[in-house]
Design a protein around this ligand. Structure first.
Ligand code: AMP
Length: 115
């Protein structure tokens, strides 16, 4: 796969509003937020789309969800609730081809049927 802007953010070559980082995962605020809280939880390893996740990466994907859970708590939106979304390819409106989990919340969201 060709490198995306997220690889440069992960290498700290481009600025981002980072809210969490460990050796496997980085989470930073979306540059075009769709809600008061909009964070992208990103594996450091380059995985292009959900279609490219390998079975041996299941633990990493679980860690993405648990990281989003922690950030939601840190942001104070856990109790009210939030949405976690992976967009995949054209019909999913994926724009950046480096896997990322959207954490969206901080306001009442519309039903998924309106997405
Ligand atoms: P997706 O449509 O799922 O691929 O979402 C890509 C997201 O990345 C969009 O919500 C963009 O606003 C966001 N984005 C693109 N470039 C940056 C950036 N440099 N820093 C933070 N978020 C970005």
């Amino acid at each position: 796969m060709s490198e995306t802007i997220f690889s440069k953010i992960i290498r700290h070559e481009l600025p981002a509003d980072v809210v969490y980082e460990d050796n496997e995962i980085m989470a930073f605020r979306d540059i075009n937020p769709q809600a008061p809280v909009h964070v992208l939880v990103v594996p450091k390893v380059e995985i292009e789309t959900v279609n490219d996740i390998k079975p041996e990466q299941a633990e990493l994907i679980g860690k993405l969800v648990l990281t989003a859970q922690k950030i939601a708590a840190d942001e104070g939106i856990a109790e009210d609730g939030y949405r976690l979304v992976f967009n995949c390819n054209r019909h999913g409106c994926q724009e950046v081809f480096h896997l990322h989990l959207h954490l969206i919340g901080g306001r009442q969201l519309r039903g998924i049927s309106a997405a």
